[in-house]
Ligand binder design. Structure first.
Ligand code: BES
Ligand code: ZN
Ligand code: ZN
Length: 501
């Protein structure tokens, strides 16, 4: 799979030409399409208005040497990155057998607005590479489709915009690559992504992209007292993992750069443990490590883009299994922070491993910003569905920046409150706190639980992404990974601009 850019307008051969059209550029683009197709402008304007999601296909009558199809892809009112990404993605995904794909951005891209140009070119590249994603990695044959990696994508831009577009296209490749990494990891079944396998993947990525990886052994976890992670792992036949990743830019004095810490829930399969979940749709609980996947892939993106910041990522990983040795409801455990937890429900396991991840991050790294991501509660899905992740934060500034990054990346977040009153629900009679506060405000009481493990850090955000990680894709039956989160975080990190926060 390769992406090219060209300012050379001569197109030869067969393939597909995607022409994204915004209402603001409709007239000029329909004029060009009419000339190419031999269809009258009046007819074309009746059939195509450039609305978001709208597509119109035709074969050109007069394009020199080009015998492929043209697809006008509507973006809505203005040329914005998210509809462009989506339109290109849909067009590419709809025809997996077409090996040569062009995207004509010439009439769409603004003049003299390099930031907007960058965002649009990047989004078009992301659309190509996300549209080319295949979920059938475990199929032994995938007939009738261009072999994965065989397709070629070429973006047409004005010759004067080539140099800016080249940098933007590379950013798009990095972002889409990281998002596809999350999709691969989340789509993988639990027997292909044990905690040990996740550790290996993180280590290999660190080597190839440029971040360091420290993997704690079980003995080290026991000595340190990572009691939350070890408790959840008690019922498992597989050892837990505690993955610590550090990206530090080369050649700059790191002290002057902002330091961001990320923690991601890495539950490779969540049966609920002794508080066993019902078996309907249980297969989807392989996605319970999505937060961890996003943290790993964000390390990759930050390192590959050489972002001017220090980034530390922590992924506590284990499955959550019922067993004779498993944690029981009512058990009291000692977490890394020193606080004791009464485990009311063994299915509220994510917060137990995140408690250790957050406390470890604070104690050993004390970054200026701490962000955790987790498929933490069904309650977040009840509140917001799949339109936005639930955001909880003790910092208005951080919450605001994440909301802006959500709008820019197309991966939205919506803030919910961390009222002190929610703490009451998780008061325990016999331990410092309990891990389940009842159904009311379930996402908020879970966030309140996590807050007890950040040791009064002033700028922490928790993203409950439970509703965002899987969706019907149209391309395959059932729900598949969206890759949500890595674009959100990368855009947030880029937005810091290398400045201390
Ligand atoms: N991983 C689940 C949350 C979840 C459920 C994510 C479905 C995605 C889809 C989490 O560990 C969990 O089981 N949460 C419980 C918490 C409850 C027992 C306090 C829930 O939300 O029901
Ligand atoms: Zn659970
Ligand atoms: Zn879970």
């Amino acid at each position: 799979m390769t992406v090219h850019l060209t300012g050379n307008f001569e197109i030869k051969g067969n393939g597909m030409m995607i022409v994204p059209v915004a209402a603001s550029t409709l007239e000029a683009q329909l004029g060009a399409a009419a000339a190419l197709s031999g269809i009258s402008l009046a007819q074309l304007s009746r059939d195509f208005q450039g609305k978001a999601g709208e597509k119109l296909m035709f074969y050109p009558a007069s394009a020199d040497g080009f015998s492929g199809q043209f697809i006008l892809a509507g973006l809505g009112e203005t040329a914005d990155p998210q509809p462009l990404r989506q339109a290109v993605r849909e067009a590419v995904q709809a025809r997996p057998e077409i090996a040569s794909v062009w995207v004509d951005l010439r009439l769409l891209l603004p003049e003299n607005r390099p930031e907007q140009l960058t965002a649009l070119v990047s989004a078009a590249v992301e659309g190509c590479l996300l549209g080319d994603y295949r979920v059938g990695r475990f199929k032994t044959a995938d007939p009738g489709k261009a072999e994965a990696g065989e397709r070629q994508f070429t973006l047409l831009v004005d010759a004067s915009q080539l140099s800016t577009a080249r940098i933007a296209a590379r950013r798009g490749e990095v972002l889409a690559g990281a998002q596809r990494r999350v999709m691969d990891l989340v789509n993988a079944p639990s027997n292909q992504k044990t905690p040990e396998m996740l550790s290996d993947i993180a280590r290999a990525l660190g080597k190839s992209c440029g971040f360091s990886t420290t993997l704690l052994s079980r003995e080290a976890m026991e000595t340190l007292g990572l009691g939350g992670l070890l408790a959840v792992n008690q019922g498992s036949t597989l050892p837990p993992a505690f993955i610590i990743m550090e990206y530090r830019p080369k050649g700059k004095s790191a002290q002057n750069l902002p330091h961001i810490g990320l923690v991601g829930k890495g539950v490779t399969f969540d049966t609920g443990g002794i508080s066993l979940k019902p078996s309907d749709n249980l297969q989807y609980l392989k996605s319970d490590m999505a937060g961890g996947a996003v943290v790993i892939a964000t390390m990759e993106a930050a390192a590959r883009l050489s972002l001017p910041l220090q980034l530390t990522g922590i992924v506590p990983a284990t499955d959550n299994m019922p067993d004779g040795a498993a944690l029981n409801p009512g058990d009291v455990i000692h977490t890394y922070s020193g606080q004791t937890v009464e485990v009311i429900d063994t299915d509220a396991e994510g917060r137990l491993i995140l408690a250790d991840g957050l406390a470890y991050l604070k104690k050993h790294f004390d970054p200026e910003i701490m962000i955790d991501l987790a498929t933490l509660t069904g309650a977040a899905v009840i509140s917001l569905g799949s339109e936005a992740a639930a955001l909880f934060s003790n910092s208005d500034a951080l919450a605001g920046s994440l909301a802006v990054a959500g709008e820019h990346s197309g991966e939205r977040v919506w803030r919910l409150p961390l009222f002190d009153g929610y703490s009451k629900a998780i008061d325990s009679a016999i331990a410092d706190v309990k891990n389940y506060g009842g159904k009311a405000a379930g996402a908020a009481t879970a966030a309140k639980f996590l807050e007890k493990f950040i040791d009064n850090h002033p700028a922490w955000a928790h993203l409950d992404i439970a509703g965002m990680v899987l969706a019907e894709s149209g391309g395959a039956p059932g729900r598949v990974a969206t890759g949500y989160g890595v674009r959100l975080l990368t855009v947030y990190l880029e937005g810091l601009g290398g400045k201390k926060v």
